[in-house]
Design a protein. Structure first.
Length: 185
């Protein structure tokens, strides 16, 4: 019997690595969530149960490079829907659409195969965490370029102090679902 919520249980299995990759950064490492089979199942079930209901069920799950692949492919499998990867530029072999977004120092580009989604598809966009929101916003724009709709963005961790979740909700008009919030921690 659990005495804590699923969210608190998952939080206990996220490792904080101080000063990585740079001094002052508190890196939220999700790998312990994946290493323990019971914890991994609880994590995946938290997402799957949300998206099983007919009104929340996506046609496709899109995972953002690269940790979004880990979650997205398993969730798609459990929901019996397709999975599509959104990759860093130059990693996909077929015809792609691309979207460039700003990082703290410079910019990055992500790509999606042109046949990954169809017009009218409802897409669940997933990543491991939301920091500045740039990657998820770029993923949303890619999916929309192909005529599909991002029904929701999902992640394990939200880092609200970095402003990404607010940006995505307010500017990007993207509903978000996250399991663990590290505000003020």
């Amino acid at each position: 019997m659990y005495t804590t919520s699923v969210n608190d249980y998952l939080r206990q299995h996220i490792r904080t690595v101080p000063d990585w990759p740079a001094p002052g950064v508190q890196f939220r490492d999700i790998t312990p969530l994946l290493q323990n089979p019971q914890v991994f199942r609880i994590l995946i079930d938290a997402f799957v149960h949300r998206y099983m209901s007919p009104e929340m069920r996506p046609d496709v799950v899109a995972g953002l490079d690269a940790r979004g692949f880990i979650l997205g492919s398993v969730i798609a499998y459990e929901l019996n829907v397709g999975f599509v990867p959104i990759r860093k530029k130059g990693k996909l072999p077929f015809t792609t659409v691309e979207e460039t977004y700003e990082l703290e120092y410079g910019s990055a580009t992500v790509e999606l195969h042109t046949d990954a989604v169809k017009p009218g598809d409802k897409v669940l966009l997933i990543d491991d965490l939301i920091a500045t929101g740039g990657t998820m916003m770029a993923g949303k724009k890619l999916i929309e370029k192909l005529g599909a709709t991002v029904m929701e963005g999902a992640a394990i961790v939200d880092l609200p102090e970095l402003g990404g979740s607010k940006l995505l909700r307010d500017t990007g008009k993207l509903p978000l679902f996250t399991l663990v919030d590290f505000a003020g921690h």
